[in-house]
Design a protein around this ligand. Structure first.
Ligand code: PEP
Ligand code: MG
Length: 594
């Protein structure tokens, strides 16, 4: 997927995934995380109790350590990052991890370390089957948690990684959230790692600290011994080890330019998302955790366009109950008010990830029993979530969004269930918004084709371009071998979006995009021409899109769309739009050289 190394003289150029934008030039500080090794040992029946006690003591000690780190970061003023540690603390209490390990000690008569490692392998295997990238990466969280417990079991020392004396770029194979946060963050000016993706913790933390970061470099740790100069270009996903003087100079210029642009961009956060001729395009945020809400507000989003609730179901033996759903959604609704919170119902094959349900593995999970199909198959699980959402609906403006709807029958089935749930709440005397909007994600080609039918029965549409591209072009969105075919500007995609917008408007409902495409300012004028009502994206992307919007007119968008619709290939469209945007916004878009 990545891995391109083109080097001049002594410098080494590595290509990875840029997860936090910006350019930094500095000295490398490699952090080797200690490997925890242990000796697997059989125990006698008499020793079982003491093994279990050792395990519990190690968990308590690990929790204490995390609490301490959490306290420290709060003191340092990095409170917003402590949620990562909360996730780890929660995982320490995960029943699956605990109960399975204890069961294994008792039944197999093995020492705690061995049992814990075997449990980890089992959980990791389940995670490997997950296709959602964000959720897949949560496996790393469990690994980090287990590693910490193991260290405490073995009595190993945690390596002190706090004392970076000067400003350094941290180079690591991988960083656990606790490692990241224990660093003297005031001294960290960049992150680069061998592994990780756009939603790994290094990515999340670096984005919110606004430190350039590139992950997924595969083997950067083998090129860095410590102290050498490296350049991190988090915008382009490039890292250069031992750059030449000429390269350093050119990156200095790029860096100054980039910093200037960033400062300029932030000015757009509080401004209206409006064109010069007064057309308002609502810019909202996509979130996975409600702790992201302060950033959402800071970047000037007008609400949450997509809250991916999958996270609530993970790493646990019991499912979240109505009360838990309610508490989370209520907090979200209150914090984002007066703007809306669009809560997407469970979008994963819960069977594969919630450990208490063991359904068969599927040949093709992307097209399997997932999302709304799973919810309709398991109405009790679905109803608990719907009850939670309904109850939260009186604390703000709450909307329900249904993933992976393939046709109107599924929507009708959901409506019937929703009515049942409303009746139940009425009987219990619980208040809710009876008019709560029910929206449909348009991300399957059949939903595009039947969008006119769906539009008559849905309250709004949200186009999930990540999946729509995957299913329209038959390209597995996580398969790097076909990633060259993943073309957002393919005429099929542009036409699909156009059709959905047109029929939605004919039926008088609003339509937005919440896939990754929405975040790319390169497409903003096309979306303007398409007359989308909303774009929902990761919060940090909002000011950039807003800037394009505020410096354009509706008429301009129309003209661009007309041209785009004439092209026969994604390549032509891309070339056109790149040239156009570079001409219109020379400081934001690089001129095409092709
Ligand atoms: C999409 O498919 O575009 C989308 C927003 O949902 P997800 O990425 O969670 O599948
Ligand atoms: Mg999707």
């Amino acid at each position: 997927m990545k891995k391109s190394t083109l080097s001049t003289s002594e410098e080494k150029v590595l290509k990875g995934i840029g997860v936090s934008p910006g350019i930094i030039i500095g000295k490398a500080a490699p952090l080797e995380r200690q490997r925890t090794t242990f000796i697997p040992r059989r125990v006698t029946v008499d020793q079982v109790i003491s093994e279990v006690k050792r395990f519990e003591a190690a968990i308590e000690k690990s929790k204490g350590e995390l609490e301490e780190v959490k306290q420290r970061i709060v003191e340092k003023g990095f409170r917003q990052h402590s949620y990562i540690l909360d996730v780890h603390l929660k995982l320490m209490e995960d029943r699956m991890l605990r109960d399975e390990t204890i069961k294994m000690i008792k039944e197999r008569l093995v020492n705690t370390e061995w049992a814990l490692k075997a449990t980890l392998d089992k959980i990791a295997e389940a995670f490997d089957a997950i296709e959602d990238e964000y959720l897949k990466e949560r496996k790393e969280d469990i690994k980090h948690v287990v590693e910490r417990i193991l260290r405490n079991l073995i009595g190993g020392e945690l390596r002190a990684i706090e004392d970076l004396k000067e400003n350094m770029i941290v180079v690591a194979h991988d960083l656990s959230p606790a490692d990241t946060i224990q660093l003297n963050l005031q001294r960290v000016i960049g992150f680069v790692t061998d592994i990780g993706g756009k939603t790994s913790h290094t990515a999340i933390v670096s984005r919110s600290l606004e430190i350039p970061a590139v992950v997924g470099l595969e083997d950067i740790t083998t090129y860095v011994r410590g102290g050498e100069t490296i350049i991190v270009d988090g915008t382009e996903g490039v890292v250069i080890v031992d750059p030449s003087l000429a390269t350093i100079n050119s990156y200095h210029i790029k860096q100054q330019h980039y910093r200037y642009l960033e400062r300029e961009l932030l000015k757009y956060s509080p401004l209206k998302a409006e064109t010069q001729d007064g057309y308002h395009l609502t810019l909202q945020a996509n979130i996975e955790l409600i702790e992201e809400v302060p950033a959402v507000i800071q970047y000037g989003a007008e609400g949450i366009g997509l809250y991916r609730t999958e996270y609530l179901y993970l790493n646990r033996k019991t499912l979240p109950d109505e009360e838990e759903h309610f508490q989370v959604y209520r907090r979200l609704a209150e914090e984002i008010a007066p703007y809306p919170a669009t809560i997407r119902t469970l979008d994963l094959g819960g069977d594969k990830f919630a450990s208490h349900l063991e359904l068969a593995e599927e040949m093709n999970p992307a097209m399997g029993l997932r999302a709304i199909r799973f919810c309709l198959m398991e109405p009790d699980i679905f109803k608990a979530q719907l009850r939670g959402i309904l109850r939260a609906s009186i604390y703000g403006k709450v909307k329900i969004l249904l993933p992976m709807i393939s046709g109107v029958e599924e929507l009708r089935e959901v409506k019937a269930i929703l009515e049942d749930v409303k009746d139940e709440l009425r009987t219990r005397g619980i208040a809710f918004d009876p008019e709560i909007p029910l929206g449909v994600m348009i991300e399957i080609p059949s939903a595009v084709i039947t969008a006119d039918i769906l539009a008559r029965e849905a309250d709004f549409f949200s186009i999930g371009t990540n999946d729509l591209i995957q299913y329209s072009l038959a390209i597995d969105r996580v398969n790097e071998h076909v990633s060259y075919l993943y073309e957002p500007l393919h005429p099929a995609i542009v036409r699909n979006i156009k059709r959905v917008v047109d029929v939605a408007h004919e039926e008088g409902i609003e339509v937005g995009i919440c896939g990754e495409m929405a975040a790319d300012p390169l497409y903003t004028l096309i979306f303007l021409g398409l007359e989308l009502d909303e774009l929902s994206m990761h919060p940090i992307a909002i000011p950039r899109v807003k800037k394009v919007l505020r410096q354009s007119t509706r008429t301009e968008g129309d003209g661009i769309l007309r041209k785009v619709l004439e092209f026969s290939t994604a390549r032509e469209t891309e070339q056109f739009i790149r040239e156009k945007m570079a001409e219109r916004f020379p400081e934001d878009f690089i001129q095409c050289t092709e």
